[in-house]
Unconditional design. Structure first.
Length: 264
């Protein structure tokens, strides 16, 4: 006869019985490796996007102030440098390396187109947005050829400047409807074919000398600005006059005004 104290058989690895329903033949499960605790994972929030760093170059202080305030409010950018002169703007761009430079077309010392060319050559990661008092197809094309990502008419700045700066910061082009219209009108009107623009026939150094001479600087003053000899300035001056088919200095000044190299 079996003893009434006989214990149920223990089988390791068998299926566990339902809780609270152990019968005579119920088995016990011996867990060899307990389930580990759930590992907590800390998810870092995405880093906040850094604000665009913007350089402003305009010889009108009130316009610079207004532009700076407007861009800060609209897109939260950081104004890393300001200048009223093209040559100073180039030095500031080299030292601060902004994401975007917003520059006036008619800057003294170094006009907006030549400044754009030099910024793009020296600082390929810095994009340029040009502001101008007027617009036409030729000027728009010259601005894009110089390396600008946008060419904005000043009266359209409130509507288009903030977006153009953002797109330039993404290395994308931005053309306003007015720029498109001017280029379309030029194409539709089919003007008589002109020979290559005379200004484009000049070397960068000759264009710099042209602007400084048109602004009224003497040969010696131009030499000091460009860090070249007076004799070299005289050579540049003679070459410019010949290439542009100009007879007098007054013709050179009128040419510079007509082609937006300097303001009247």
């Amino acid at each position: 006869m079996k003893s009434s104290t006989e214990q149920p058989t223990t089988i390791v690895g068998s299926e566990p019985s339902q809780p609270g329903c152990r019968g005579r033949n119920a088995t016990e499960l011996h867990v060899q490796n307990p389930v580990p605790d759930i590992v907590s994972i800390t998810v870092k929030p995405p880093e906040a996007k850094k604000p665009l760093r913007v350089l402003l170059a305009d010889d009108h202080e009130m316009l610079r102030l207004g532009t700076a305030t407007f861009l800060k409010l609209e897109i939260g950018c950081e104004i890393c440098a300001e200048s009223a002169d093209g040559r100073e703007a180039l030095k500031l761009a080299e030292s601060t390396r902004p994401d975007v430079a917003v520059i006036d077309l008619g800057l003294p010392g170094l006009n907006g187109l030549d400044l754009t060319s030099q910024i793009r050559r020296l600082l390929p990661d810095t994009e340029v947005v040009i502001l101008s008092g007027d617009i036409n197809a030729d000027m728009t094309q010259r601005a894009l050829a110089a390396g600008a990502k946008a060419f904005i008419l000043k009266v359209d700045a409130i509507a288009h400047l903030a977006e153009s700066v953002q797109m330039a910061g993404e290395h994308r082009y931005y053309l306003t409807p007015r720029a498109h219209e001017s280029m379309h009108f030029e194409k539709a009107s089919k003007p008589k074919r002109r020979k290559m623009g005379a200004t484009q026939q000049l070397t960068p150094r000759e264009r710099e000398a042209l602007q400084l001479l048109a602004e009224g600087k003497s040969n010696k003053e131009v030499a000091n600005v460009l860090h070249i000899s007076v004799k070299t300035v005289e050579t540049h001056r003679a070459t410019v006059m010949r290439k542009l088919q100009l007879a007098r200095l007054s013709d050179l000044v009128r040419y510079a005004i007509r082609n937006k190299i300097i303001h009247a």
